[in-house]
Ligand binder design. Sequence first.
Ligand SMILES: [Zn+2]
Ligand SMILES: [Zn+2]
Length: 238
Amino acid sequence: MLSILVDILTPSRCAACGTPVSCREHHLCSECAGRIAPLPPGCPVCSAPLDDGPCPVCGERRWYLDRHITVSEYRGVMKKMLHGFKFLRLRGLSVILGGLAVKELTGRGIRPDLVTWIPMNKKKKWERGFNQSELIARHISKKLGYPCAPLLAERSKTATQRELGLRDRFLNALGRYEILPGADLRGHAVLLLDDIFTTGATINECARILRSAGAHKVFSITMARADIKRLDKFQFMS
Ligand SMILES: [Zn+2]
Ligand SMILES: [Zn+2]
C-alpha cells in the first residue's frame, strides 16, 4: 500500500531504458536487470581478460590484492546505472548494485571480516551528496552481516583519475590516499569496494595502505571494468 502511494507521489523510471518502474524496483526494470552480462572467465586473481602470457593487469607489477572481482563490463545497462547513480543521484540503485556484488562474493566464496570503500575527498562528496562506493559497501555489509567502516581518506588537491592517461594514473594514485588515524587492521581480512576498475592503480594503492595498517588479506570488488585499450588509444590521440 505504502509503495503504491510512493509510486504515485514520486514516479520513477528505469535508469537504463526509461520505462516507468515501481519504487520497489530501485530504478531498474526487470528486462534491463536481465541484460547485465557477467564478465567472461579471466585471470583468477584480478578477473582481467587473458590472452597468452602473463596477466596484463596483475602479472607484471607488485600486486597487493589477494583477489579482485569485477561484476560486469562498463557498458550497456551497467554503464547507464553507474551514470544514473553518480550524476542523476539515483541512490536507490545502490540496492541493485549491492545485490549484484553480494551475488558475486557469495558465489566465489569471498569471506572478509570488514568492509570498506575507496573514499572521495570532502569537497567532492559534499558536491555529490554521497560517495557511491560507500552506499554499495554499506548494502553489502547489511546483507552479508560483515561490519563496515571508513578506513581510508583521500587527500585534498589531487587530480581526478578520469582526466589522466594510463601512465599518469599510476603516478597520481601514489600518495593520494592515507589510512584514517587509529585504524588497526591487524588480523583482519578487508573487502574494498570501488565502482569502476580502469587500470587498477587506485585499488592497488589502497590495498597497499590497508596492508601497511596490518590487514592480512585484502579483497576487492568493483561493479564494472572499463576498457583499458580504449584508454591507451585516447592517450595516444591526446
Ligand atoms: Zn529498463
Ligand atoms: Zn590478473
